[in-house]
Design a protein around this ligand. Structure first.
Ligand code: NAI
Ligand code: MG
Length: 334
């Protein structure tokens, strides 16, 4: 029995998530979907951005799909981004973001890399305060336990990919304590697991330049929360942009699939949202959490087939519908 807690959230989350579920049902007709709420509209209606019932549903199901939520650009009393809270409260301590070229939509062929990002602490620890008028402080948290969880997943992915290189990305020259601890903990664990020969490291600024200049130099990148957030958006340019960027928030017992993009208020409600990032996020859930690599392969092959057939990722106001139908047809061999 496959149970999935589904959080559409705000904006195009309400469009791409139902589309992705429609596709998943083709592969798992017995799928049981449990809807749950989170986000800005939920906060405005209920006073809570992340209701306890949503956390409980996710724990009960053990798997989820999260669309996107809107966050106000300025601080609103009582509001905190639910996705950051979810990652922390459910100990979804690793974020997996593959970046690969797709036919037609990618600006460069041959890119195939994975970014593994620490997902629960770093600069997104939530420890922010005003120290004095005009002085704001954010605390960056790095713990050996979280680094080791990340490095263990890196070792697992490296085995699966037969990684030719593992690159630790940090800024230990400027942040010797926090980034130094990150680098050393990850390095020790990966050396212990036998990855010494392929282990490499880069300062984050140079890594950003090289991801643009020669993405083929990278295979598996392991980095902190903030750096991974930024580098993965940068790198997803090679996949075809945000609409082609999937991710998996990965804990020991729970996993939450999540397209990298936000709620896209500029196109919400117009039918223009591309559901492929959500569909590909479900492929990650199938492969890494449900251990259904067979179904993940079928789903990714269907997307590949659709794009090879010349389908654009922008069908104007029919985009969500036509891409969903196209993936379903490709799955059914039409
Ligand atoms: P965004 O990802 O929502 O949109 C950036 C641009 O990409 C927009 O032009 C949008 O139309 C386009 N785009 C994004 N996804 C698309 C898709 N699937 N198909 C077609 N076009 C797509 O980022 P933005 O504009 O910075 O943020 C908008 C809202 O989303 C904000 O309230 C922000 O806080 C929130 N956000 C939420 C995230 C989450 O829930 N994990 C992540 C990023 C932003
Ligand atoms: Mg981001």
């Amino acid at each position: 029995m496959y149970r999935l807690c589904v959080i559409e959230g705000d904006g195009i989350g309400r469009e791409v998530v139902p589309a992705a579920i429609e596709v998943l049902r083709q592969l798992l007709p017995q799928l049981q979907v449990v809807p749950a709420r989170a986000g800005w509209d939920c906060f405005r209606e209920t006073g809570e951005a992340l209701p306890q019932a949503t956390l409980q549903s996710l724990r009960d199901c053990g798997a989820g799909l999260f669309g996107a939520v809107s966050s106000p650009a300025r601080r609103v009393d009582g509001y905190r981004s639910p996705i950051v809270q979810l990652r922390q409260q459910l100990q979804l301590s690793v974020n997996l973001r593959p970046v690969r070229s797709w036919p037609k939509v990618s600006s460069r062929q041959g890119v195939d890399l994975v970014i593994l990002r620490e997902n629960s602490e770093g600069l997104y620890s939530g420890r922010e305060h005003l120290e004095a008028p005009g002085v704001a402080i954010a605390e960056r948290v790095v713990s050996v336990a979280a680094c080791q969880r990340l490095a263990r997943r890196a070792s697992q992915i490296a085995s699966q990919r037969k990684a030719r290189r593992i690159t630790l990305v940090h800024k230990a020259n400027v942040l010797p304590l926090s980034c130094g601890l990150f680098r050393d903990s990850c390095r020790d664990l990966l050396m212990g697991e036998g990855w010494g020969d392929v282990l490499d490291e880069r300062l984050v600024d140079l890594a950003a330049l090289q991801l643009v200049e020669r993405p083929d130099d990278f295979d598996l990148i392991v980095t902190t929360n903030l750096f991974g957030d930024i580098l993965s958006d940068l790198a997803c340019h090679w996949s075809g942009g945000l609409a082609m960027a999937p991710s998996l928030n990965w804990g020991d017992d729970i996993a939450l699939a999540e397209p990298v993009h936000g709620s896209a208020p500029d196109i919400a409600g117009s039918g223009r949202a591309n559901p492929l990032a959500s569909i590909l996020s479900l492929a990650l859930l199938l492969r890494y959490h449900w251990q259904r690599g067979d179904l993940a392969d079928r789903l990714e092959e269907a997307v590949q087939h659709l794009l090879e057939s010349g389908a654009p990722t922008d069908f104007g106001v029919d985009t969500t519908r036509r891409i969903t139908d196209g993936v379903i047809e490709a799955l059914n061999g039409a």
